[in-house]
Design a protein around this ligand. Sequence first.
Ligand code: HEC
Length: 93
Amino acid sequence: MKRASALVVAIVLLVLGSQTTLADQPDGKALVEKDCQGCHDDRVYTRPNRIIHSLKDLENRVRFCETRNGKEWSEAQIEAVVQYLNRAYYRFR
Ligand code: HEC
């Protein structure tokens, strides 16, 4: 009996542990691919007359588009998407 409950505890800890890791590091690229293709594709991020000129603009825009899209992303998810878009397209410092 003792061993069985130790095993259950180990499994619960494992599952909890892996969920925290996922929640700590959302995948910005996957989020954009899944949730951000409704109105525009990734060409807006590189168009010549783009409306984003700083990291702050980018963050505001991600929040705006995310809410408009009826999503309820966590702060960590917003941050991950801002980081991903900046890394992949904008390259602000
Ligand atoms: C409800 C429609 C809609 C959805 C869904 C949407 N967007 Fe947008 N997005 C817009 C509009 C409208 C613009 C402005 C386009 C324009 O000015 O031509 C825009 C522009 C942007 C820009 C600025 C592009 C530039 O000029 O550099 C970014 C960044 C952006 N969106 C990110 C996102 C992200 C991240 C998501 C996923 C959460 C998303 N969008 C989903 C409507 C949407």
